[in-house]
Design a protein around this ligand. Structure first.
Ligand code: NAD
Ligand code: IPM
Ligand code: MN
Length: 327
């Protein structure tokens, strides 16, 4: 299995180093090849997603990514994050799965990933007005809705579809299509919730959710909230899947410039993303078993050797040592 490894920026390389160390311990034939991406790639080539990197990702069985972004690019025309948006679009990974697990909480955000505001027309008018537009085609909503309902069937059979249908026409389309799809999944319960209330319910009663199905921007925000109420960004993993391989596997967190270079980033989110890659992205039975073993080893290390974001003192490499020891 060929894995394109994209370390990226900030703590990205720190947590991908941890993932590479752990993956090499597993009794699997994994070929890990690193490629420049994000700010590092802008410095090297002027492009956050160099042609060679894109080609390598397309040819790989899975893409394992750290994070991109750095304050030095805040005012630049070309920014690291643009590479990530392009890569997601090129691989058409429309389903972003973001699990959040905690005390009495087991929810999954199913976020549409290649549409909406991130991919709409944008520009500047002569009078200085700047605009971003949000568009959804019915087929785009339908495929993510189907994915959400399919996944709910393997869970507690409950879907909360989140939108802003009291205001936005895209949300009215979203609701209409989700209801049409729901008719094919009579065994799954569907509720609709407005996005502002969903933010509140996630804070007050996160245990009430099973699958949260939502569009790109809402899913971005709500998945950070879900992470926040279940232990923080140091723990939150994600899988971005299309209809074919490769998927992209990356933590929910970013490049964390405030702690980058200190060696203290919690690599659990990255290691759990690697486990999701083994479970969903490669999909051979031997790999699924190793995914479960890796998840269990991360849980053990979180108990015995917690990093500083969880109130402990373990460095990134000490935590990684603990995972390897547990494996
Ligand atoms: P962030 O997720 O990088 O950090 C938010 C807070 O969480 C910070 O205090 C950080 O120290 C903490 N944190 C995050 N991950 C952690 C970890 N593994 N261990 C311990 N603490 C952790 O969000 P931000 O600061 O808003 O964004 C920084 C940069 O990252 C921006 O350039 C943004 O665009 C980018 N970003 C990239 C991705 C991605 O590549 N997928 C995701 C989110 C943000
Ligand atoms: C995430 C990030 C990205 C997003 C950014 C960096 C483009 O915040 O993966 O959650 O908004 O999708
Ligand atoms: Mn985000």
């Amino acid at each position: 299995m060929r894995i394109a490894l994209l370390p990226g920026d900030g703590i990205g390389p720190e947590v991908t180093t941890a993932a590479a160390r752990v993956l090499r311990e597993l009794p699997l034939e994994l070929e890990l090849e690193e490629h420049p991406f994000g700010g590092a790639a802008i410095h090297a080539t002027g492009d956050p997603l160099p042609r060679e990197t894109l080609a390598a990702c397309k040819a790989a069985d899975a893409v394992l990514m750290g994070a991109v972004g750095a304050p030095e690019f805040d005012r630049s025309e070309v920014r690291p994050e643009q590479g990530l948006i392009r890569l997601r679009g090129e691989l058409d990974v429309y389903a972003n799965l973001r699990p959040a697990l905690g005390d009495g909480v087991d929810l999954l955000v199913v976020r549409e990933l290649v549409g909406g505001l991130y991919y709409g027309e944008r520009g500047v008018r002569e009078d200085g007005t700047v605009y971003d537009t949000m568009e959804y085609r019915p087929e785009q909503v339908e495929r993510i809705a189907r994915r959400g309902f399919e996944i709910a069937r393997g869970r507690r059979r409950h879907v909360t579809s989140v939108d802003k249908a009291n205001i936005l026409d895209t949300s009215r389309l979203w609701r209409e299509v989700v209801e049409r799809v729901a008719a094919d999944y009579a065994d799954v319960e569907l509720e609709h919730m407005l996005v502002d209330n969903c933010g509140l319910q996630l804070v007050l009663a996160p245990g009430r959710f099973d699958v949260i199905l939502t569009e790109n921007t809402f899913g971005d925000i709500l998945s950070d909230v879900a992470a926040g109420v279940t232990g923080g960004l140091g723990l939150a993993a994600s899988a971005s899947l299309g209809d074919e391989r490769p998927g992209i596997f990356e933590p929910v967190h970013g490049s964390a410039p405030d702690i980058a270079g200190k060696g203290i980033a919690n690599p659990a989110a990255m290691l759990r993303s690697a486990a999701l890659m083994l479970a969903y992205g490669l999909g051979e039975p031997g790999e699924a078993a190793e995914a479960a073993r890796l998840e269990a080893a991360v849980d053990v290390a979180l108990e015995t050797t917690p990093p500083s974001d969880l109130g402990g003192s373990a460095t990134t490499s000490e935590f990684t040592d603990a995972v390897i020891a547990s494996l």
